[in-house]
Design a protein around this ligand. Sequence first.
Ligand code: UD1
Length: 427
Amino acid sequence: MDKLLIRGGNRLSGTIPISGAKNAALTLIPCALLTDEPVTLRNLPRLADIDGFQHLMGQFGVAHTIAGHRPEDFGRVMTMEAPRITSTVAPYDLVRKMRASILVLGPMLARMGEATVSLPGGCAIGNRPIDLHLKALEAFGAHIELAQGYVRAIAPDGGLPGGEYDFPVVSVGATENAVMAAVLAKGTSKLINAAREPEIVDLCNLLVAMGAEMEGIGTSELTIHGVKRLHGATYRVMPDRIEAGSYACAAAITGGEVLLEGANFDDMASTIHALRNIGVEVEQVKGGVHVAANGPLKAHNLTTAPFPGLATDMQAQLMSLLCKAEGTSVLKETIFENRFMHVPELARMGANIETSGRTAVVRGPVELTGAEVMATDLRASMSLVIAGLAAEGETTVRRLYHLDRGYERLEEKLQLVGADIERVGDD
Ligand code: UD1
């Protein structure tokens, strides 16, 4: 298995191209199930998770073609076409590898009147139940059965009537599934306390481009008027705000200065607010977001929250940065129950972090030193890369499949701005 070797200490400087957003792509792709016409997505990131999802779509009889295949290109264009759905079952083998597979439940149910999806099971950052996905679909009139590790959703004859659901907890995935189910319902549906992450706005924008009718896009109250059919569309995936935020942390921890090319400043507001409080200069410029860390880094307290709060997907990377900040920072993780798995690995690199439940206390600044490390999830892995860039000596990051799920050609992008990083085969 490959590993990354990072020799820390280089100041990052230059331009990093930001890819299309993984989490947006993972909810835009299943929209192809909602129409028999072609759906073309531009700026799709080249990631293991996207390939996996595309494979899953193939199971249902969705054909796809890919353009933009030159090795030097970031991103690509994929056209999917589902004139006929040949299976409504998402099998265990594919779902277990990729939790986001659950996002086919809503659109498959809407199109076919039934959908069977393997239960995703636990994952490294917590239990991650899907009860809210199911309750929202039930509120829209679906009948839900659980058996042999699968969930089966069935619509009444003639399709889902639509309905109203008030989320007790804000859930990105459940909101996405509910929206995709409601667009073809017979009546009007309402979602209260819906998630309003930029990726959900991206989803709604694609659906509107396909002929969906809805109000409240970008707010926590969405009203969706079901339509009889949706048509094809061509749509550009939004820039990845988490990838951009991760590289902002990488540049900042090295005292560097980078342009995050193509990044969207507004989508990154909570991360930018945190970075500025830590002492990093962040400005919106033509072509993207400019990040410069010229002065000392200062401690800052952070609490993750649903959008517009600080994304849980930025917590680990900011924690690495705070290891180099002067003073004591308190980080609270409110979204997932088990999301400090990078802490013991950062400690092996010299970090001074204490955790208690969902709170971590980071004392800095410390001298980080290179070590052999590995992490059990995507963002935790990135936090180790960030620490490695500022560490004295060599850091080896193993289990690269996590990073490959979510960062398009990570080492190439970091090399572009002067990092000493390479991918090598394991011995
Ligand atoms: C998505 C993102 C993930 C991000 C997370 C929170 C994708 C593919 N993944 O994950 O990167 O970290 O949003 O921003 O877009 N919950 C329930 N019942 C449910 C669903 C969720 O209790 O049915 C809870 C979860 O356990 C968690 C919280 O709600 O505590 C938020 O989870 P959710 O927003 O659903 O995360 P995902 O959509 O899985």
